[in-house]
Design a binder for this molecule. Structure first.
Ligand SMILES: Nc1ncnc2c1ncn2[C@@H]1O[C@H](COP(=O)(O)OP(=O)(O)OP(=O)(O)O)[C@@H](O)[C@H]1O
Length: 244
């Protein structure tokens, strides 16, 4: 289970997240939706431990990941796969070495690395690219390579920031299919996206607005459009956010 307890994240004086609360069960497939700047990436970055909350707590399983020391953080990160704009492929290393990177960091034997990387590349349909440089791949292939690197450690949690952005329909469907396949195998998936329509196997949706989780659509009728979180939203704002 993943739980955010009253989480605030400030970049300098700007609060990107303002008292966010939610729970997601193990094995769920969650979409983070909301306008640009709503705080979707910030949630993923906190779960990846690229950022620490300014206040509040984050539980993953039974452990708090809000304030880990270096050793604890590197241990936790082995159970998490992340793909997003802010994690780049190494341009001077071939595709095999890019995917092998997380395994080399944890000191896996070379024979295990060979078999795991080959399996990950095959899974994303890129077996033939192992000796190529990332720059020789298309945008969609580069994204699938990032996904192979994110899952090669067999993580329990995969975080994907805009994994279908700028892809054509066919490439996007392939990326979505991969994430859904991992979810079927029991991996918890959280995706930040502006393209919710591309995803089918969704168990939870979190709508964000101005750094807070908006009440679920069902709440709109129960409390007349008033807030259930830490922040007030006008009925117009909520209706627009949910496309009502
Ligand atoms: N490194 C940073 N330094 C300062 N402000 C930041 C930083 N990263 C994000 N922000 C601000 O925090 C807020 C939330 O950003 P975040 O990237 O989480 O939103 P988002 O919903 O993912 O947006 P998008 O859909 O455009 O990716 C925005 O106002 C953004 O400008």
């Amino acid at each position: 289970m993943i739980q955010f307890k009253n989480v605030t994240l400030k970049y300098g004086t700007h609060a990107a997240l303002k008292g966010v609360n939610f729970q997601l069960p193990k094995g769920s497939f969650t979409l983070l939706e909301g306008h640009s700047g709503a705080g979707k990436s910030s949630i993923l970055r906190l779960l990846a431990t690229f950022e620490q909350p300014s206040s509040g707590d984050i539980l993953v399983g039974k452990s708090s990941i809000a304030r880990l020391n270096r050793r604890e953080r590197s241990h936790y990160r082995r159970s998490v796969g992340y793909t997003g704009f802010d994690v780049e492929l190494l341009e001077n290393r071939n595709c095999f070495d890019n995917v092998a990177l997380p395994l080399r960091v944890v000191g896996l034997s070379e024979s295990d690395i060979q078999s795991r990387v080959k399996a990950a590349l095959a899974r994303v349909g890129l077996s033939h690219t192992d000796r190529m440089l990332p720059s020789e791949l298309s945008g969609g292939q580069q994204l699938r390579l990032q996904i192979a690197r994110a899952v090669v450690n067999r993580p329990a949690l995969v975080l994907a920031d805009e994994p279908t952005a700028q892809l054509d329909d066919e490439s996007a469907a392939r990326v979505v299919g991969l994430l859904e396949e991992f979810n079927r195998a029991g991996v918890t998936i959280i995706v930040a996206t502006h393209e919710a329509h591309r995803f089918n196997r969704v168990t939870h949706r979190l709508k964000l607005g101005e750094g807070a989780v908006l009440p679920a659509p069902a709440d709109l009728s129960h409390n007349g459009g008033r807030e259930s979180g830490a922040q007030s939203f006008s009925k117009d704002f909520l209706n627009k956010a949910y496309g009502a």
